[in-house]
Design a protein around this ligand. Sequence first.
Ligand SMILES: [Zn+2]
Length: 174
Amino acid sequence: MGWISSDNEHEGWAAPEAPDGRLSSTSSSAGMHVKGITGRWPQDPQLDGDEIVPDKEIIGWRGACECGWRGELWERAHSPTAANFGQRRDYVAPEEFADASPHVEDAIHQEWKAHIAPSEAVLGVEAAARDHKQAGARLDKTVAAARAAGASWADIGRAVGISRQSAHERWSAQ
Ligand SMILES: [Zn+2]
């Protein structure tokens, strides 16, 4: 596993998929580990409740995220000639470990980034809103201090970049 968002709310990875649709997040030399016992595959002797799907049975890969998001499937081609990146098909030989190829993993990483893009962007808004609020409080304070020191509404309006009238309306009640 994998990729973590700035707010730590999302952790994504390129998950190998078993023929029954279960996704793996752990592997060993015996194969891809999936959660749950169906009896179709041998149980993991170390981890209770896991089965081990042999690498050759993995049908493809897709993006997965701790939040529950799932990407589209990248299908495992049956021969090198059937591989076609544009059609989301890639070949990994049956005798090899069935991790996604670097190429597919990269593509899945991009898909995951698109998945977290809105929440990453909102973090920027949050930070700006925080600064905005602090700046507003500082403005109120300095205006009050300027008034106490004898500045006119016209002086304050000029400093802020608004009219005398607007400055008066905004701060006279405070
Ligand atoms: Zn997520």
